[in-house]
Design a protein around this ligand. Structure first.
Ligand code: 0X9
Ligand code: ZN
Length: 302
């Protein structure tokens, strides 16, 4: 059985995703949001409970070693399908959810089989494999905080959208043009809620709203277990970085509500990417608490 007491392999998660339309035929459709270099699907689900809703896009696993990202994303899918909590039900039923737990499946498989701390895609290079998929999107590509050196962890790739994952995912997202109300990307670690921009210290047009909504979401996240998040624009709150999926969704696709979560833990003691599995459920719970508050506050601000 598939549960949230341990981390799963890609095959286990894909089998679980493929089981969902049979169990919830009225509410789940499988989506293939793109392809990977090694030929895997970027498999996800569309959750829909009523017609006429706007869409929210949720992406996990763009960095292969950040296992809590995909685990939190599948936790959210499961809660939206099974929870009887009124706030979670209201949130689930307010949007069409396009949710892809592993947008870098090749990298994730590699972290299970060879190198637990692999970050990038697995495309062929001259000296080193892979590009940082979160530096490869075509919005202010390679301007800042992204490397031209193939072996760097933040290698931006040969060109914008050189990676088949970002190319195909961005094409899929483009087909939803105008429908996407929010775009959320899950990473780890550091306990941050980040929003555009990453390429400049200039504030995004709705910076103040994004800060306010983020602070309300972070306050809600802290209630259950006291987990503290810091909220801010990428450039100031973490570091300059261009070519991320969230900045592209915001800057190129016009998605006004765009956040990157850096999930637990707060520090790199004992390798921050290796979060004990007994923290998957608490992380999922508090993150979902924050999403409930985030969408309530965003609605309030219009
Ligand atoms: O560097 C990154 O891609 C993210 N941090 S991580 O440690 N998980 O690698 C931060 C992404 C910042 N987000 C945006 N630029 N929107
Ligand atoms: Zn990351």
């Amino acid at each position: 059985i598939y549960d949230w007491s341990s981390y799963h392999t890609l095959d286990e998660t894909y089998d679980w995703l493929r089981s969902l339309p049979d169990k919830y035929p009225d509410n789940v459709e499988l989506i293939v949001a793109g392809k990977s270099y090694e030929g895997r699907d970027l498999l996800g689900v569309k959750l829909s409970f009523k017609s006429g809703n706007k869409a929210v896009f949720i992406e996990g696993g763009i960095h292969a070693r950040e296992w809590i990202s995909a685990a939190t994303v599948t936790y959210i899918i499961n809660q939206f399908l099974t929870s009887s909590n009124s706030q979670i039900r209201a949130l689930a039923e307010s949007f069409d959810w396009y949710i892809v737990p592993h947008v870098n499946p090749d990298g994730y498989v590699y972290t299970h089989q060879s190198d637990r701390v692999w970050r990038k895609t697995r495309s062929k290079g001259l000296l080193c494999k892979g590009a940082d998929a979160n530096r490869n999107f075509g919005f202010h590509w390679k301007e800042v905080g992204a490397s031209s050196i193939e072996c760097s962890e933040t290698y931006a790739g040969k060109s914008a959208f050189s990676e088949v994952e970002t190319q195909s995912l961005s094409q899929f997202i483009s087909t939803l043009q105008g429908q996407i109300y929010a775009y959320i990307s899950f990473h780890s670690f550091s306990q941050l809620m980040l929003f555009p921009y990453g390429h400049t210290k200039e504030h995004a047009p709705n910076h103040n709203d994004l800060q306010q909504i983020g602070e309300v979401a972070a306050a809600a996240l802290a209630v259950r277990y006291g987990t503290k998040y810091t909220v801010g624009n990428v450039y100031d709150a973490i570091y300059p970085a261009s070519g991320s999926s969230v900045d592209w969704a915001y800057g190129n696709q016009g998605v006004k509500l765009a956040y990157t979560y850096e999930l637990r833990p707060t520090s790199n003691a004992n390798n921050g990417f290796v979060l004990p599995a007994n923290q998957i459920i608490p992380t999922g719970e508090e993150t979902l608490d924050s999403l409930v508050a985030l969408f309530q506050e965003a609605k309030k601000l219009g």
